[in-house]
Design a protein around this ligand. Structure first.
Ligand code: GUN
Length: 298
């Protein structure tokens, strides 16, 4: 069993981005600028946004955090998005999810200029990616593709099973893995809460991607020997032995599943770090105006 090491791969990608920013500065150009919008005080969202802003500083990007109280109106949020869309000094905009119940996430997503949508959540970007027309790939799926690339995991002809149909991870991941690309050409099964005989399906997976947010859901009996297991789960679980009072738990019961795998991502130290890389990679593409340009691998 080998670890798919998000620390190692993300450090390499962040180093490349840092060097790109240094070249821009040396040429007298401004660095890329990412704006993150955070509404309310959800603990996990606070942590994620803080690490996105911190990573921007590490690679030399400019970043701005815009905060709204939980009580902000949908109209105010949409007006701020329009303002950012029209600001040529801003390359990327993300609105951290989940949103308070009175704000429609679809309206917010659609309001973001697709060229600045570095989360890749806008239907135009999702549609472009699905049709192989370029466009921003959502940050977590992009990070997973980078892990698969780095470890030269053979996706072509493999049975890839995606657990969870979220708009952020499961759905785009299932679309990406079936595309005719270097990290695609898999036979994909997308499983969800209504899937029958789930363990039977997951046991036939050569590549299993768990993205349901239920700690320890995937147990050893659900995994084929030699499978590649990617754990997207990052749920806070109470743990009084930790200073923060919680630990982060993946969807996979690592202790029992890992010995059966050829490769597996740890939590933490796996996909979470790659998500931020995906975001920063997208922000550089937005800056370059290359979001729609197909790369050789695509
Ligand atoms: N909430 C959980 N993951 C994400 C993400 O990748 N982007 C945003 N904007 N919100 C999230």
């Amino acid at each position: 069993m080998e670890l798919l090491d998000g620390r190692l791969v993300s450090a390499q990608i962040l180093q490349q981005l840092t060097e790109q920013v240094e070249r821009l500065r040396a040429a007298g150009k401004r660095p890329p600028h990412l704006v993150a919008m955070l509404i309310g005080h959800n603990g996990a969202s606070e942590t994620y946004v803080a690490s996105k802003i911190r990573r921007c500083a590490e690679v030399g990007y400019d970043s701005t955090l815009i905060r709204f109280e939980e009580s902000v109106s949908e109209g105010e949020v949409l007006a701020k998005i329009a303002e950012i869309n029209n600001d040529p000094g801003i390359d990327g905009l993300i609105v951290q999810l989940p949103l308070p119940a009175h704000i429609d996430p679809h309206k917010v997503t659609i309001a973001i200029d697709p060229m600045k949508d570095v989360d890749g959540f806008h239907p135009e970007n999702f549609g472009r990616v699905a049709k192989g027309l370029g466009g921003f790939i959502a940050a977590t799926p992009l990070g997973i593709l980078r892990l698969l690339e780095h470890y030269q995991i053979q996706t072509a002809g493999a049975h890839a099973v995606v657990l969870g149909r979220s708009q952020i991870v499961g759905l785009p991941m299932s679309v990406l893995l079936q595309r005719s690309t270097r990290t695609g050409n898999a036979t994909v099964t997308l499983c969800h809460s209504r899937t029958r005989n789930l363990a039977e399906v997951t046991r036939s997976a050569d590549i299993l991607i768990a993205a349901i947010g239920q700690p320890g859901f995937v147990t050893a009996d659900m995994v084929k020997k030699g499978a590649v297991v990617i754990d997207v789960g990052l749920t806070r679980v109470e743990d009084s032995s930790k200073k923060a009072g919680f630990r982060l738990a993946g969807d996979v019961d690592f202790a029992t599943v890992a010995p059966k795998c050829s490769y597996i991502t740890p939590v933490p130290g796996g996909v979470g770090l790659m998500t931020i890389c995906g975001l920063l990679e997208n922000t550089m593409r937005a800056y370059d105006g290359k979001s729609r340009q197909l790369k050789a691998a695509e």
